[in-house]
Design a protein around this ligand. Sequence first.
Ligand code: P6P
Length: 359
Amino acid sequence: MRYNRRVSKNSQAFDPPLEALREGTSCMERTTLVQYIRHQEKKFQGATGEFTSLMNEILIAAKIVSCQVNKAGIGEDILGLTGRTNVQGEEVQKLDEYANSTFIKLVGQSGTVCAITSEECKEPLKIPCNHGSGKYIFKMDPLDGSSNIDVNVSIGTIFSIFRKKTQGADVTDEDLFQRGDQQVAAGYAIYGSSTMFVYADNQGVRGFTLDPELGEFFLSHPGIRIPAQGSTYSVNEGHYSKWEERQKRIVNHFKEEDDKTGRPYGLRYIGSLVSDVHRTLLKGGIFMYPADKKNPNGKLRLAFEAVPLAFIVESAGGRASDGTRRILDITPTEVHQRVPLYIGSKDDVETAERIFAES
Ligand code: P6P
């Protein structure tokens, strides 16, 4: 497809598709994720191309996993359980293992990272210098929601990218346990009716949809902003009896009738975090996975789920907390620590926090 170059308002020539990024408008030309990443690289003085290389490997891994997810149940024996449990004590699905090893292989060999931490690996994987180490740290939940695979519910990969903070070759706890607000970028791939790649950096949040015929992610959501208030709440009410009273009050608030504040809200709960948060990001509302008697720190992982999703939702104008503390302000102390999660529209999360603080 030939692009005719247009001169943008500030007289700096942009390829037409990239103007769409600036103006947030769709255009006939189609912008790929690779073009977007390369365009971003040009904005950083002294950029080495290392980040672009890392992102390239991430999106190739996402395409490979998408291909397997979309044909799960056909041909190779990729559905079902491995018979093993992971560090979380959860049964490992064959696709969990496949996704984990695919991302570790491609990202680990990219020469751009010095460490990888994964929800599926007990300890961080440190990449030794003589194996091509780099300045980034990659954290991931390789396949979130995998318990839904066998019933064809959308699932996804969630990731965060940090920069190594300390000098020298060793990867230290100071490098591994950075606050979420230190992230360079974060994103997720959602393997659903289509495969989307949602990506947040310091320029905002954009969504790219995979064209399976071309094998390319194309810009489909130029500038994602979450509504300040939504009309749905998302929580597993099956855990109601295990909740604290203040959590029950939050949910009852969203269920009460009050035309002035647009209540009652609708209930939407898929049981796949990436899907529930993706809907919340695009439509607004609030997703909650609170602490309860069984999970006193909640079920979701701080590093692999809450932190990247909080970075994305905040970059889109939303809010994410554990009910009290901003997720991105929490300094992690363990690789697999869990955290309660309230995430979504700013007004709705603030409402939940207010009720949470009242008791
Ligand atoms: P519950 C899926 O197993 C998962 O880790 C998340 O994707 C999802 O949000 C949550 O657990 C669902 O948990 O207790 O509602 O089944």
